[in-house]
Design a protein around this ligand. Sequence first.
Ligand SMILES: [Zn+2]
Length: 362
Amino acid sequence: MPSPRSAGLVAALMVMVSMLTMTSSGSAQARAVTHQAAPQELDPGNLTQLRRDAEKSSQALAEATKALEQRQATLAKADKELKGKLEQLRTATLEMSKVRRPLADLVQSLYQEPSGGDMAPFFTGESDGTSLRALSDMTYIVSGRDKVLADAGRLYQEQQRLAGEAQDLRATKLLVEAQLGLEIDTLRKRSATVVKSLSQALTKLGVRVNQGGRTGAACDPTQVSSAAQYPNGLLPKSALCPLQQPGRELRADAAIAFVALNEAYRKQFGRPMCVTDSYRSLGQQQAVFYRRPGFAAVPGRSNHGLGLAVDLCGGVDVFRSVQFNWLEANSKKFGWMHPDWAYHSPFEPWHWEYDPKLGSLL
Ligand SMILES: [Zn+2]
């Protein structure tokens, strides 16, 4: 049974935990209603929804893990402070007992041996002056002893109180860890389930998710938050995902969004999009740059190296063609866009990019 004090502490922590959960899901809902994704008939595989679910659960998992770490750190700090206070009290109690013992012994001896020692006049009443001085000495010693005893009592009570507080703190720590641990476990399972569904949906659309040395379920958009820190042209296989177009791959989130866009395009034009270029490793970027200087970005600076850009053919590469116009009107529903610079400097109607911010608002 937790004491009222620890019950209050636990209640406060639980409120913090639930507020954290409410804030993350609340803001996600707010974002969801302000932006329009592609309607279901344009995205039959429901890829956008699955990708967003995976990204949201991954984000929630990261937030819950961070919250647990913060709570653990705060509680550990409080625990350390309490241990320090207890140690100080222990030292003070030891010092106190050193003083208390001789005082107690002295008082004891005075009562037990009234006929002997310097205090004898007081007990026998031989001399008034000596008795009075002895009486005041005795009163002083006894009140000193009483004060020491009272102080020791207070120290003991404080020690007991702090020990109780330390125990409550440890109980609270276990409770918080259990609660957040459970939440993290649930989020992890949910994330794995969504990634699996996503993988199945992609496979159904002809994406060979396990292609190219990938193990297990690839095309995992939850890997992307860490991929965002990889240098241009050096993305690991785990962050990449193949397209339906053979040999082409992009960063997982961009790839999933592209597959959905490709399906919508196929529905409109009866054939998939034609892709001449997608993710370029640093080595590939250098090769393109030296072969056709001026036609490719300086190696290490291109969005192709981040796995977020494609170069298209099959009509899209012709400015204001039916294909170009359709893509311009519809790509944003999938997080894709024709960047401003590509309209004029340099003019590259074939170059299209995935905007993760746009994609996260769908
Ligand atoms: Zn390009």
